[in-house]
Design a protein around this ligand. Structure first.
Ligand SMILES: O=C(O)CCC(=O)C(=O)O
Length: 251
């Protein structure tokens, strides 16, 4: 794999999709232990996301063996890393499972008090992700341009606003059209085991699924260990992990 080209793409476009990187990925059932936090759709019964499995033994055994993630995170973030957030998003065939277009970093800046974006999102495909299955869509290059109104955006924390389809920090249709018209829109479909890396300032979102209930993606948010918050986050540790011990990668 040409890591240099991959990093160049990530820096320029704000994302890079590498098909079929992992021949083995953690099973969703393994992650569903008592330490993980489920989040439900508005009907209060359909599982939307599972958060906070960074201490799950099956998951830790898997992540510690991922040398590619070790190399990429250390090259891009220039430091040892820990997992700020771990989650699996499940795409259901219903309106409420959409993710409005947004950036991720404002959540960590405003609610978790991290001044710098020294974060990286790694999305591991736990299922094949087909077009029409509510695949993640990204606006290439949008991580470099910000609207004036974003400079001092401030809003109060709410759990709903952090994890539901009624998401805080999302863009209006008009704003999304502005970015889309300027930069285009890419669908990130790919087989199970693919890896999508994206800058947390990249604008992204996903629509409803017209297919089935099976699309699951695991989003791992790495932070550089030297990137410290200026205050304590009001959010639970499954949204903002306070254990900043570096990942003990295995050779
Ligand atoms: O799972 C998805 O389709 C989108 C997830 C997302 O945008 C997020 O978790 O920030």
């Amino acid at each position: 794999m040409d890591i240099e080209a991959l990093i160049k793409n990530y820096v320029e476009q704000g994302y890079v999709l590498i098909p079929e990187v992992f021949c083995h990925v953690p099973s969703f059932n393994d992650l569903l232990d008592e330490g993980a936090e489920p989040f439900y759709e508005q009907d209060q019964s359909t599982l939307r996301s599972l958060y906070g499995f960074h201490n799950n033994p099956q998951f830790t055994a898997w992540i510690e063996k991922q040398r590619l993630l070790c190399e990429i995170t250390q090259r891009i973030l220039g430091d040892q890393v820990y997992l700020h957030q771990t989650k699996v998003n499940i795409k259901n065939q219903q309106e409420s499972s959409v993710w409005p277009f947004h950036r991720d970093f404002p959540f960590w800046k405003v609610f978790d008090y991290f001044p710098e974006n020294c974060f990286l999102n790694a999305v591991v495909y736990l299922d094949d992700v087909h077009e029409g299955s509510g695949e993640l869509e990204v606006i290439p290059g949008s991580h470099r341009e910000f609207l004036d109104r974003e400079a001092n955006e401030h809003t109060d924390y709410s759990l709903e606003g952090s994890a539901s389809s009624d998401l805080l920090f999302s863009f209006s249709e008009e704003e999304k059209s502005y970015f889309q018209h300027k930069y285009g829109l890419e669908k990130t479909t790919g087989p199970k085991g693919s890896l999508l890396l994206f800058d947390p300032n990249l604008i992204h979102g996903s629509g409803v699924s017209y297919r089935d209930f099976s699309r699951k993606i695991m989003i791992l948010t790495f932070n550089a260990c030297s990137n410290l918050p200026s205050n304590d986050s009001p959010r639970p540790v499954y949204l903002c992990n306070t254990d900043r011990t570096p990942i003990a990668w295995k050779n």
